[in-house]
Design a protein around this ligand. Structure first.
Ligand SMILES: Nc1ncnc2c1ncn2[C@@H]1O[C@H](COP(=O)(O)OP(=O)(O)OP(=O)(O)O)[C@@H](O)[C@H]1O
Ligand SMILES: [Mg+2]
Length: 401
């Protein structure tokens, strides 16, 4: 079994386990031919300090948190799929001569990417997939997507899940995973958006990512080291406050957008102070997004992004969609990765609805195992452009502790 499971599909529904820097999320989707059933949703804070730069450094603490989620939310299914964050993997598209055998393709792909790897190849897990043919001048080439991560970074995720009491673990890669829930499943009844050129923005805690898709084809992904934590740290240093107090203040008072023209809005001093501390970092994020947009329109001449879809815990920040809409001049909406699913669990639907922005990756992981025939009834499929480009401004797979 390919470790990163690119393009794979199993035959039974497993639990998606998203081990994030700040929150651990679990989703169990049970697809039937009639509908996508959302069987369970679990959630807990990640023990502070147990993940650094996307890599687990305390598998015991994470394992204990996973154990608690399985117990508290009464997960019956104990097989999980988890993923590596984009910042912990190296993803490269390479162009190779056509007509190579599988073995030759592998050797040639490794030859192309090896010098870009942050660790020796024998310390890494890797996988590759043929994306299709591309033309370079008059020459046809085979386009291959190569994905690699440090073995220990992979093993620590597997170890944490096992400590948590799961029966089996499979590994996938974040930037592709959330496309299943946010694009394939949730845009099924919104084909207008699916066929547009849109930008998917994931605002995590330690990083954010931008993906641009056109007509269901993923063309571009970029990861930035700015996330919700950047805003919290700005409040920490501005107020000289502890992390947890700053985090609470951000959630209670944080605003990404203040309509200065509105006579109806009264802003208290603390809200204004928080705003002034976090605003430069939001502007910085918008600048990064603008760079991605400019790059995209220069590569695909004349094609403009017509919508921004925002997900991740950072998208809870009040006014964030309005801010991007205003700053970038493109309509921005919040993603709903659970939109086309029927909740059949025992929690209150309001509680599940309140967790939606967190669940894109976990839902995408659980969908991975859905049988292709059933999934075809509820999802539009995304493919990866043979000229796909992945970029990251953060170093892949730093190992600490
Ligand atoms: N109401 C809110 N206002 C602002 N930010 C919020 C709010 N609620 C949650 N967040 C932020 O969301 C972030 C967590 O989101 P998420 O769970 O998507 O990240 P993660 O998956 O743990 O991190 P990463 O993907 O970077 O490893 C935190 O930075 C948190 O402060
Ligand atoms: Mg995340």
């Amino acid at each position: 079994m390919a470790i990163f499971g690119l393009g794979s599909g199993g035959h039974s529904a497993k639990v998606g386990l998203d081990i994030g820097t700040r929150y651990i999320k679990m989703v169990h989707i049970v697809p039937t031919s009639a509908r996508l059933q959302l069987a369970n949703v679990g959630f807990a804070a990640t023990p502070i300090g147990s993940i650094t730069d996307g890599v687990i450094n305390n598998a015991d603490a994470i394992g204990e948190a996973i154990y608690q989620i399985l117990k508290v939310y009464n997960f019956k299914e104990k097989r999980v799929v988890c993923s590596l964050p984009g910042r912990a993997v190296v993803i490269r598209q390479v162009s190779l001569p056509v007509g190579l055998s599988d073995k030759e393709l592998k050797v040639a792909a490794i030859g192309e990417v090896e010098r870009f790897l942050p660790f020796p190849l024998d310390e890494m897990e890797y996988d590759y997939e043929v994306l299709g043919e591309i033309k370079q001048g008059d020459v046809k080439q085979t386009s291959v997507l190569f994905v690699a991560a440090h073995r220990e970074a992979v093993q620590r995720r597997v170890e944490a899940a096992h400590i948590g009491g799961v029966e089996s673990v499979e590994i996938d890669v974040d930037p592709f995973v959330m496309l299943r829930s946010v694009v394939e499943a949730s845009l099924f009844d919104d084909q207008d958006t699916f066929t547009q050129t849109f930008l998917l923005l994931d605002l995590g805690a330690s990083a954010s990512s931008v993906s641009i898709l056109k007509n269901g084809i993923l063309r571009f992904t970029r990861i930035f080291g700015t996330g919700g934590d950047t805003l919290t740290h700005a409040i920490e240093s501005g107020f000289g406050a502890e992390y947890l107090d700053s985090e609470r203040l951000k959630k209670e008072k944080g605003l990404a957008f203040i309509d200065e023209e509105s006579e109806f809005i009264e802003i208290d001093d603390e809200t204004r102070d928080v705003y002034e501390l976090i605003r430069p970092h939001i502007e910085n994020l918008a600048l990064e997004i603008r760079r991605s947009l400019a790059y995209y329109t220069s590569k695909y001449r004349g094609e403009n992004v017509t919508k921004i879809i925002i997900t991740g815990g950072g998208s809870y920040l009040k006014g964030i969609a309005r801010y991007f809409e205003d700053d970038l001049g493109i309509p921005a909406v919040h993603a709903n990765p659970l939109k086309n699913m029927v909740y059949i669990g025992n929690e209150s639907p309001e509680r599940v609805a309140a967790l939606v922005p967190y669940m894109s990756v976990a839902a995408g992981l659980s969908l991975r195992q859905a049988p292709p025939k059933i999934i075809g009834r509820h999802c539009l499929r995304v493919s990866i452009e043979p000229n796909y480009e992945f970029g990251s401004t953060t170093q892949a797979g730093n190992l600490s502790a």
